[in-house]
Design a protein around this ligand. Structure first.
Ligand code: NAP
Length: 304
């Protein structure tokens, strides 16, 4: 490369790297303080029940991480591992017993469930006060009405990172790519509740790049490696990459990448989350935070 070309590359703006891992560490330290205070005040640790059905290796890793991090911050976890052949009735009976168990403040059912089990029925069986993932229609409705709710962990993590970086989000133009119940829809709702002007785009949207280029805040949750490039990004925008995709790298090694082409995007964006080390760690930290929120609300409004 000539000196001139090298200089011009160095002159290119480079986006700030948003360190989700460091922020998640800070969040977990705060949760640990809250959990210890809760235990002193109420004579027990906040409790998180984790239900895993089947033997999907990725789900097993997620569940182990959640339980380890819960233990580290002083949250009691109650694991329930059911075989892949467990019936819907068996799972519903377990959820019913967890709903009535006073030591359990929060119930997490690891998704996806085996095809023989109806996910919607299971989610709706969870007591909304213990719905730590915020997927129950009661919490979905409260969020969309702009009221206090248990909020899905991944979009909550995104919101906290955005507020930390940008402060007040009021009036900013936000575009969310993806409209899943787990990420895209609740993300758009949270941004609307934070007074952003929000557009959601999805697989049927026209002029995706043009829509994305309007965004001061661009949140991408699709599951397609590198689909967002420099042409989708307004100069200086804050870009959060939720996607987690395993691709084949050199020598048959697997590699995790996001939905955003990190190198291309970082020449245009103002700030950008990496994959890994961006939104992923925030999701688990927010699960612990939500467990504390549920525990507090339950002791303030005892059930039954
Ligand atoms: P999902 O349920 O499959 O939803 C994907 C969304 O992307 C859908 O709304 C789909 O549109 C949209 N889409 C697909 N192709 C598109 C295209 N070409 N252009 C525009 N939109 C398109 O996935 P998800 O559960 O939201 O997850 C998305 C990604 O985030 C995945 O990689 C997942 O692994 C990752 N994830 C990460 C975390 C974390 O902690 N970091 C947590 C959850 C998920 P339609 O609705 O029109 O089909």
């Amino acid at each position: 490369m000539t000196k001139l070309a090298e200089d011009s590359r160095q002159d290119q703006p480079r986006a700030a790297r948003i360190d989700g891992k460091a922020f998640a560490d800070k969040l977990r330290a705060e949760v640990a303080v809250d959990a210890s205070r809760f235990a002193q005040e109420h004579g027990r640790q906040p409790g998180l029940a984790v239900v895993l059905v089947g033997d999907d290796p990725a789900s097993q890793v997620y569940v182990r991480t959640k339980m380890r991090q819960a233990a580290e911050v002083g949250i009691a976890s109650f694991p329930h591992l059911l075989g892949a052949d467990a019936s819907e009735a068996e799972l519903l009976a377990l959820i019913d017993s967890l709903n009535r168990d006073d030591r359990v403040d929060a119930i997490l059912v690891q998704l996806p469930l085996p095809a023989s089990i109806n996910e919607k029925v299971v989610i709706e069986a969870i007591d909304p006060a213990k719905d730590v993932d915020g997927f129950h229609p009661y919490n979905v409705g409260r969020l969309s009405g702009g009221r206090a709710a248990l909020v899905p962990c991944t979009p909550l993590g995104c919101l906290l990172l955005l507020q930390d970086r940008l402060g007040d989000l009021s009036g900013l133009k936000a575009v969310v790519v993806g409209r899943s119940n787990i990420v895209g829809r609740p993300m758009a709702q949270l941004l609307l509740n934070a007074d952003c002007t929000v557009t959601t785009v999805h697989s049927r949207s026209r002029n995706l790049a043009e829509e994305c280029r309007q965004a001061d805040i661009l949140v991408v949750a699709v599951g397609r490696p590198g689909m967002i490039g420099a042409e989708h990004i307004k100069p200086g925008a804050t870009v959060l990459d939720v996607g987690i995709n395993r691709i084949e790298a050199a020598e048959g090694q697997g590699q995790l990448v996001g939905d955003v082409d990190f190198a291309a995007a970082s020449a245009v964006a103002g700030a950008l989350t990496p994959v890994p080390g961006g939104i992923g760690p925030m999701t688990v930290a927010c699960l612990l935070r939500n467990t504390l929120t549920a525990a507090r609300q339950r002791v303030q409004q005892p059930q039954g």
